[in-house]
Design a protein around this ligand. Structure first.
Ligand SMILES: Nc1ncnc2c1ncn2[C@@H]1O[C@H](COP(=O)(O)OP(=O)(O)OP(=O)(O)O)[C@@H](O)[C@H]1O
Ligand SMILES: [Mg+2]
Length: 247
């Protein structure tokens, strides 16, 4: 599965969400297909907690989790996105929300659950940002309070998307895996080395983690062979794109 093209590199955080703005039809379509795969994975209604991982930093986890969340919300699913990347909290920026009164504040009883959960400007999408600095991530990630919170959220939301730190850099993925139903693995196309990807995958497999699928980020669909087909097909059905590009 491929998303975005390389040229759009340095986007302002809030611009990383393609929905609700003109253009990017091919990218939106790719997210829709990702969303359909996730809906299929969760069809029996028991699997709700998706852990979004990658091998190294900067591969597009936060961008993917934010767009997937908005896409699920647009399809009528109630979604909450939780920023569990305690060392580098970024998810709140995608939704232009201040990083205050977050999960770290809730864990120490400074804010209530209601104060912690923030409605975004996107339909059906809420976010739980990190909040105050976290000194010991594993204490929070292995706490009964977090486990209980996830169980409570499962009653109110169709999907709980976890934005996580990269596998090869930080071992939080192990603790987080005991909270999640499956891992969506993000790979920066033609950037992350095969060795890094296979190392990350074997680390996750060694911890019996359920990898439900992988998604390419930084994929330049214009260079892909099936671009013309896709675009052509796109034209037929949706009335835009380059109809002359049929092979
Ligand atoms: N599919 C993509 N195509 C092009 N640029 C992208 C794509 N996904 C993310 N980016 C850009 O790459 C940068 C890193 O993205 P993002 O923060 O989502 O990665 P991350 O995996 O969450 O990083 P970290 O490990 O630091 O949390 C951002 O500037 C973002 O706009
Ligand atoms: Mg991130």
């Amino acid at each position: 599965m491929s998303i975005f093209d390389k040229k759009r590199k340095k986007l302002h955080r809030s611009e990383s969400i393609v929905f609700g703005r003109e253009g990017n039809e091919i990218v939106k379509e790719a997210y829709n297909r990702l969303k359909d795969n996730i809906l299929y994975f969760a069809v029996d209604g028991t699997k709700k907690v998706i852990q979004v991982e990658s091998s190294i930093a900067g591969e597009g986890k936060t961008t993917t989790v934010s767009n997937l969340g908005v896409c699920l919300g647009l399809s009528g699913k109630k979604v909450v996105i939780i920023d569990l990347d305690f060392r580098k909290a970024r998810t709140h920026r995608s939704f232009e929300i201040e990083n205050v009164d977050g999960i770290s504040d809730y864990m120490v009883g400074r804010v209530s659950k209601e104060e912690m959960i923030k409605q975004t400007k996107y339909e059906n999408v809420s976010i739980i940002n990190r909040g105050s600095e976290v000194t010991n991530a594993s204490v929070i990630l292995t706490s009964e309070k977090l486990k209980k919170l996830i169980e409570e959220l499962k009653k109110d939301y169709d999907f709980i998307l976890l934005d996580c730190p990269p596998v090869l850099l930080i071992s939080d993925y192990i603790h987080i895996s005991s909270l999640s139903d499956g891992v969506l693995f993000v790979v920066a196309y033609a950037q992350t080395k095969k060795k890094q990807v296979s190392e990350a995958i074997s680390l996750m497999k060694n911890n019996n983690m359920n990898i439900i699928g992988a998604v390419y980020s930084f994929y330049d669909y214009k260079k892909s062979n099936n671009y013309s087909e896709y675009n052509y097909g796109y034209y037929n059905y949706y009335g835009y794109g380059d109809k002359n590009k049929k092979k």
